[in-house]
Design a protein around this ligand. Sequence first.
Ligand SMILES: [Zn+2]
Ligand SMILES: [Zn+2]
Length: 185
Amino acid sequence: MFSPALRIGAGLLAWSATEYGMHRWTMHDARLRSKHNGFATEHLEHHRNPFDTTAIGLNRDFLASRLPGLVVFTALPAPLVGGVSRAAPVGLGFFAGHVGYTRLHDSIHHRPPRNRVSRWVWRHHLQHHFSSPQRNFGVTTPLFDVLLGTRNLDLGPVRIPRRLQPRWLEGEEGIRPEFGNEYSL
Ligand SMILES: [Zn+2]
Ligand SMILES: [Zn+2]
């Protein structure tokens, strides 16, 4: 039942839903904010200093920190799909989604976008940071923002406070001209 590709896809989808839910509710819902909610505290700091973070290396410790997701999302669907070996692609999809999300989010905050797709993805997340913190919760995909009506549909430039300008946006005077349609200071 279900091809391995479909099971990997299910894992990726489970990750995207987790990413959206964690970001929207665990990190941004005022009702869930407390000194015990480390996710919210850390995320608030990320919003205060969005470009003042250290780039994350793709090393063994980083990958190991993502293993619990692989284990949980292999164990959960195992009874439904006929055992652990058949459920492993779901866990792997979830793991790949989580690793991919962290790498992508890190790139948005440290490197310029390189093509049309990445320009869209960068802007989608930076709208969340600077235009509408209660919109655009998805980073790897806008799917759940579309489904749950939290997409920012504004097409104008994202206004970034001068003091928070990311290095990759810095031009000789103001921002780099190639990003002039997408960002302003
Ligand atoms: Zn961010
Ligand atoms: Zn946020």
